[in-house]
Design a protein around this ligand. Structure first.
Ligand code: ADQ
Length: 757
């Protein structure tokens, strides 16, 4: 039953009861005042009819007959008798049966010290009975007050009638209340029973309890929540067991199934919390219809199976325009929608917070600082303040999830959260925290210009484990910390011993997911789509060189275009025969530096196309868009050469995606010596993107490499990438995070804490 229905029902019951009480009371009062009016009227008539006799009597002029007349009114129906008082309140005469009853005193005390000179009515309890007393002044002919005459009636019948009426009213009210309560109870019970039945049917079907059902059952909410959680865990365990039993893959190859099994064995019952800026599922609304988007990113690809295996919790910035519509009161939503296994908790940011934390401090300070591409960081105090505030917001959101029993395991992603580990540590000293830094770590001389360098480092040292892609980034970090903070470095174990504990700094080179797992169509469809794209883009028979990157100055767009220009200058015979396809994703366009960069690159492309292009051929196809993964795959397959020209790059996934897409084991990868991937991909042609002439020459060498040599190199590259795929990365990282050394630190901290308390 909807909550407003319940409220309405209770309100209706209360109103009906209220109405009954009001009506009963109104009737009761009306009845009483009618009976009183009757008595008043009767007393007034008697007093008027005897007025002359009363005057005589008060003047002591009454005859025996007059006294007899006066006496005759007593015992007439309910009239008990009369009394006469002087102006000073002294009794003058009264009905004989009233002997000893001080009526003059009664009316005096009840209605003022002096005898009232106006007409009066009232009830009294006198001589054991309930009486009605009417008193009226007696006037002489010249209107002077001679005294007061009073008529006394027996009023006990009013009292008795009122008592009986009150009894009946109370009884009927109780009956009505009983009926209304019984009706409310039965209706509620009926509706509650229906909801419970619905709930049980959901339980029987083994699904999570939907929001609509939960909202009708506020009493069962905790049960429903617990059931949904247990069910997700069960489903995750079932799925893992099933997948493991069905998997027949190479023992050495890391797959989502192997990762799941591994993670389950490592993490056991512990709750894993992953924190990132970008969310793995984004809800968007178009024309009133809500869609779920699964953003294509290495990080999401790697961590989604981990969360599925552990039925953990992912906390991220809720950025979709329908994100708020689908979450529960704790800002959580179960994902994936069709078979919910883990929860995504969303953190809401204001525009101003997004501006300061994401665009300004993360991408205008830490990004240029860590990439060292000669782009000056923009230091801004207020951005630093907002960055801290947003990190604290995430921290509070994480803290809501802490259980008293277990040490939480938290895996934080990237440079958006450099100060978060320390904040979490301050709230929960026994937490096991990992922070993976997806971008390079620069040398000390570069990093130390940051005005908040020590705060950033101290923030990061709140983690037990810090992960970078390469050993060189780890060493840069250790050197930076060694120079700027009072710590001791254990170089053999790559550990920093500081006042808060020990932080291990280790390399975990990230990689990609095999394309075969990304719902690709049949080979025939792929061939047809390839042909269709060639026609659509009027590529004719030209050979393709592909580049895929976000439009970011670190990716070496400008240097790559210079090299392409030089290539055509040096090798005019290739004009008309080669097309350079750039799949360029617009990125951070809110930042002026990025907007200016976009303009510069587009102008440069135009310039080359103008200089070398012909009627039916464009040297560069600049396809500025966030293309769907399948389209990226098609172009990586269609091309003979892939160009990666980063000026600085933590790893670069595109290089690995190109290798993974080479179905025929051919093609050539030209890879910048400044991309982290170069350390693993020895068979790529290595270039310095700043060395224009060499770069142009390398393009020529790649295009002219004999097929056999291409296959030889690509086979080795493919083995490297497929063996060390994204699942291996996640597994290594989680193995480290769940290593007993961190857990024992946490236990020690917990013991110390409990001893202290
Ligand atoms: P990025 O700087 O984003 O990542 P990269 O590693 O190349 O760089 O990953 C980009 C991803 O976006 C790839 O999966 C690629 O296919 C996709 N992509 C790029 N352009 C696209 C387009 N136009 N359309 C569609 N998809 C596109 C950061 C670090 C890297 C590090 C990764 C992972 O800067 O060094 O490798 O994180 O840790």
């Amino acid at each position: 039953m909807k909550r407003w229905y319940k409220t309405l029902l209770i309100l209706f019951a209360a109103l009906t009861m209220g109405a009954f009480v009001y009506l009963g009371w109104a009737w009761f009062s009306n009845e009483r005042s009618q009976l009183t009016d009757d008595l008043n009227r009767r007393a007034r008539i008697i007093a008027k009819s005897l007025n002359r006799t009363f005057v005589k009597a008060i003047k002591q002029e009454a005859s025996a007959h007059d006294i007899e007349v006066l006496e005759s009114i007593s015992e007439q129906g309910r009239t008990l008798g009369y009394f006469l008082c002087g102006v000073d309140g002294t009794p003058v005469l009264q009905t004989m049966i009233f002997e000893g009853v001080p009526y003059c005193e009664i009316i005096k005390t009840e209605r003022g010290e002096k005898i009232s000179q106006v007409e009066n009515f009232g009830f009294e309890r006198s001589a054991g009975s309930f009486v009605h007393i009417y008193s009226t002044p007696l006037l002489s002919k010249d209107k002077t007050v001679l005294g007061v005459a009073g008529i006394v009636h027996d009023a006990s019948y009013i009292h008795d009638q009122m008592k009986t009426a009150f009894l009946w009213m109370t009884l009927s009210m109780a009956l009505v209340a009983l009926l209304i309560s019984a009706a409310t109870y039965f209706v509620s019970r009926l509706i509650f029973q229906r909801s419970v039945n619905e709930f049980i049917s959901w339980v029987k079907e083994g699904n999570s309890v939907p929001k609509s059902v939960m909202s009708t059952l506020s009493l069962l909410k905790p049960v429903g929540r617990e059931f949904t959680r247990l069910n997700a865990k069960l489903r995750s365990a079932q799925q893992t067991a099933q997948e493991v039993s069905q998997s027949k893959t190479d023992e050495e190859l890391w797959t989502p199934v192997k990762l799941k099994a591994h993670v389950t064995s490592q993490i056991g019952e512990k709750k894993l919390i992953v924190v990132s800026n970008r969310e793995p599922y984004i809800h968007t609304k178009e024309k009133g219809v809500v869609h779920v988007m699964h953003p294509a990113s290495g990080l999401v690809t790697a961590l989604d199976p981990v969360l599925k295996a552990t039925s953990g919790l992912w906390i991220a910035h809720g950025s979709g325009n329908a994100d708020q519509d689908v979450v529960d009161e704790e800002n959580k939503v179960w994902v994936p929608e069709k078979a919910p296994i883990y929860q995504l908790k969303r953190v809401w940011l204001t525009k101003q917070e997004e501006e300061g934390y994401y665009y300004s401090f993360s991408n205008e300070v830490l990004w240029p600082l860590c990439h060292a591409t000669h782009e000056r960081p923009t230091f801004d105090d207020s951005a630093w303040t907002t960055y801290n505030r947003v990190n604290q917001k995430f921290c509070n959101c994480i803290a809501e999830e802490f259980s008293k029993k277990d040490s939480p395991h938290i895996l934080i992603q990237d440079y958006h959260f450099s100060v978060l580990p320390k904040m979490i540590r301050e709230k929960r000293n026994d937490a096991v925290i990992g922070l993976f830094w997806h971008i390079p770590w620069p040398i000390l001389e570069t990093f130390q210009i940051c005005p908040w360098k020590r705060e950033v480092l101290q923030g990061m040292l709140g983690a037990n484990i810090l992960g970078f892609h390469l050993s060189s980034y780890c060493n840069n970090f250790l050197n930076t910390v060694n120079a700027l903070l009072p710590v001791r470095i254990d170089w053999d174990r790559q550990a920093i011993i500081h006042e808060g504990g020990t932080t291990y700094v280790k390399p975990f080179p990230i990689s990609v997911q095999p394309w075969s797992e990304r719902n690709l169509p049949e080979e025939a469809t792929i061939q047809a789509d390839t042909e269709s794209w060639r026609q659509q883009l009027e590529l004719g028979k030209t050979r393709l060189v592909v580049s895929v990157d976000r439009l970011d100055y670190t990716k070496g767009f400008s240097e790559r275009l210079d090299a392409i220009k030089r290539f055509f200058e040096n090798n005019p015979a290739y004009c008309g025969k080669i097309t350079f396809v750039h799949l360029a994703a617009p990125s951070r366009t809110h930042i002026p530096r990025y907007r200016e960069f976009d303009d510069r690159i587009e102008k440069k492309v135009d310039d080359i196309n103008w200089t070398f292009g012909t009627e039916g051929w464009k040297p560069i196809l600049f396809l500025k868009e966030n293309h769907p993964p399948y389209k990226v795959y098609l172009f990586l397959r269609m091309a003979e050469v892939c160009l990666v020209s980063s000026l600085a790059d933590g790893m670069n996934l595109v290089a690995k995606e190109f290798i993974a897409a080479r179905e025929n084991n051919d093609g050539v990868l030209i890879l910048s010596e400044f991309a982290g991937a170069i350390l693993e991909l020895h068979d790529a042609l290595c270039v310095n993107p700043y060395a224009c002439q060499d770069f142009a020459e390398t393009i020529r060498i790649a295009l002219e490499m004999p097929h056999a040599q291409q296959v030889e190199r690509m086979t080795r590259l493919k083995k490297q990438v497929l063996t060390n795929n994204v699942y291996k990365w996640a597994s290594d990282l989680l193995t480290e995070l769940t290593h007993p050394v961190h857990a024992s630190q946490a236990t020690a901290t917990k013991t110390n804490l409990s001893k202290r308390s």
